[in-house]
Design a protein around this ligand. Structure first.
Ligand code: SER
Length: 329
């Protein structure tokens, strides 16, 4: 029986991944960890929870030994916009935290999942159909830590045989736990504001195209990649994956099909706009499709319909918890 550990389990991805892994492998076999206490009772009480600071290597090894962990999903990280306001913290958590997890994974012979990002690309990267293997010279601290993270994960695989795998996530859209401090967060905020107020003030330009993905596809991607036949993987860290790409104007039009009175205005934040402008318009994810069968289920229309339906129920019921996502799966 596999025993898994999720860092950053209270965050946007971690809360839903923990729930999905517990359903798949049994509640007691998935240890959720974070530096924050989960406010969601279900996440906290449905299986083991440990306070774990990824900057504390001794505590990491103690928790891994105690729970006999063999697979780590290392999600604890600082996102792009927060990184620009606190580069020192971003480096410490994203780099030193990853290093500590890799060392612990090496010691206890664990597999490790690492989430890279579209943020690993930079202004000199080809913007359209961005290839799997291409120029990677990001100019954000977040991007620097993601490229370095990809490289050190590959290094641990080559040098120590550690089974490290990862994907480059696009912006992730979800209704359970809100993201925080990212550049792509507008694509979640817009749904909350559309439902609550019928209008949204967007901090990115109307024509700013970015890759995006609905959370159920992101969860499947992580689990499928970690379960993929290793002999088929030519790449490891990290695979381009995407499900849709759109601009704020296109997303607003899609929302209007459901909420005709919805309006959007633009109040561009130069910091986040500059970050977004340095990222691809859309990526080529054919390597992931060929090597481990990546195939998203949700396109823009399907995501928008589901997101509005689920988020409306969650907001009306005052419920935006993991409990909700568990009921719906
Ligand atoms: N969603 C992340 C961010 O906006 C990018 O991977 O920072």
């Amino acid at each position: 029986m596999k025993k898994m550990l999720v860092t950053g389990a209270v965050g946007q991805i971690g809360s839903e991944l923990t729930s999905a892994l517990r359903q798949r492998h049994g509640d007691e076999n998935v240890v959720a960890t974070d530096i924050r206490m989960p406010t969601d009772v279900e996440l906290r009480d449905s299986g083991p929870f440990e306070f774990l600071d990824v900057l504390d290597p001794h505590h990491i090894t103690r928790v891994m030994q105690m729970h006999e962990i063999d697979t780590v999903y290392h999600l604890a990280a600082v996102l792009s916009a927060t990184g620009e306001s606190r580069p020192n913290i971003a480096w410490q958590i994203n780099m030193n935290g990853l290093y500590n997890m890799l060392e612990a994974a090496r010691q206890y012979k664990c597999a490790l999942f690492f989430p890279s990002s579209i943020g690993a690309f930079g202004p000199s990267t080809p913007k359209d159909n961005t290839p799997q293997d291409t120029i990677m010279r990001p100019d954000t601290i977040y991007g620097v830590t993601k490229v370095a993270g990809e490289l050190i994960c590959n290094y641990y695989h080559k040098r120590f045989g550690l089974d490290a795998r990862g994907v480059r996530f696009p912006g992730l859209i979800s209704y359970v736990t809100e993201p925080g401090g990212g550049t792509t967060d507008y694509a979640v905020e817009i749904f909350h504001e559309a439902i609550k107020h019928g209008s949204y003030s967007c901090y990115l330009r109307d024509d700013c195209s970015l890759d995006m993905m609905y959370m159920p596809d992101a969860i499947h991607a992580m689990i499928n990649l970690m379960e993929a036949d290793a002999s088929k993987l030519i790449h490891r860290n990290s695979f381009n994956i995407t499900a849709m790409n759109f601009t704020p104007a296109i997303l607003a039009e899609e929302i209007k099909k459901h909420i005709p009175e919805f309006t959007i205005e633009y109040n561009v934040d130069p910091v986040r706009q500059e970050i977004a402008d340095s990222w691809p318009n859309y990526m080529d994810d054919s390597a992931a499709r060929a090597e481990w069968g990546w195939k998203p289920k949700y396109d823009l229309a399907a995501m928008t319909t589901d997101m509005l339906e689920k988020l409306t129920v969650a907001i009306e019921g005052g419920e935006t918890s993991t409990a909700k996502s568990r009921k719906d799966r």
